[in-house]
Design a binder for this molecule. Sequence first.
Ligand code: GFB
Length: 329
Amino acid sequence: MIAQRRKKENAKPRLGQIIMNKGEKIFVAGYRGLVGSALIRRLEREGFHNLPKCDRSQLDLSDEQAVHGFFAQEKPAIVIVAAAKVGGIKANNDFPVEFLLDNLRIQNNVIHAAHEAGVRKLLFLGSSCIYPKFAPQPIPETALLTGSLEPTNEAYAIAKIAGIKLCQAYAREYGANFISAMPTNLYGPNDNFDLNTSHVLAALLRKAHEAKMGKVRELIVWGSGNPRREFLHVDDLASACLFLLERYDSPEIINIGCGEDVSIRELAELICDVVGFEGNLAWDTTKPDGTPRKLLDITKLRNLGWQPTIPLREGIAQTYDWFLKNVAR
Ligand code: GFB
């Protein structure tokens, strides 16, 4: 009965209805992470002040009952799904069960509860690893499900693809305004600097810093150095997310990137320069390279009028500063 009523209410066309007022309740699932914390910073800077914050000890997003209870009580108007189990190439490769199951649980609970609670708009954040390993470069949104995935992160990618499809299903069946955006590789304050689980940029910042402080002559970089990646500062991502919440109402996925990539070798050299490490790079080719290249085609987002503002070198310097103040000490 309730489900039927919700189906009818939500079946109304919602496109183009979003006008976000500053008192609107916006729930950022995963507000302590790299992405969630950047979203909160940006929303607060823009004057949004009704932002319920729950960390893992207050709300376990993998607990279906708890999530439904939270949504029934809080009734947010807008939801951003920034909560996920994330990690770099090694963590993804070592723990496929957790990357698949935890992510399916979290996103299923949040997206379903958002629908039940009548959330007006939801933004689901995926990842550029949803695209085939050998997708055309730069990767257009239409490349989704056109080829095999990169094995090191297949589990995570499958979970994210399921999240996209769930949002699209709610849009098709119930008229829900649930949209999905695909960010490229991200970095910035609140990144994970654990060498076993982090992504490459945070890992190399830490390694370069520790090599400099320890007066070590060699910095070990994983793989061949040839893979190419695109790096977007998380504050630019947050700006794109707000932009999409206000101006994008299609269930079709949309890429978020900066439009430029670098090789891992170039990234390592840039990081050493910013940190001031003057030793040599050594390559550990027993570690996987992963996808050879991952550069998103951001034409769709650019055509809507958004563009990134933080150059890579400046973003790395700012993140190193954050690392020095918050992690290294
Ligand atoms: O950032 P990263 O861990 O993940 O690695 P992916 C990118 C590249 O950097 C790989 C190399 O070729 C790594 O071998 N690399 C070099 C290093 N040195 C290091 C190091 O010290 N640590 C790490 N982590 N890498 C992730 C996916 O893929 O991309 C996730 O596993 C997610 O699912 C994320 O989608 C965006 O870019 O290869």
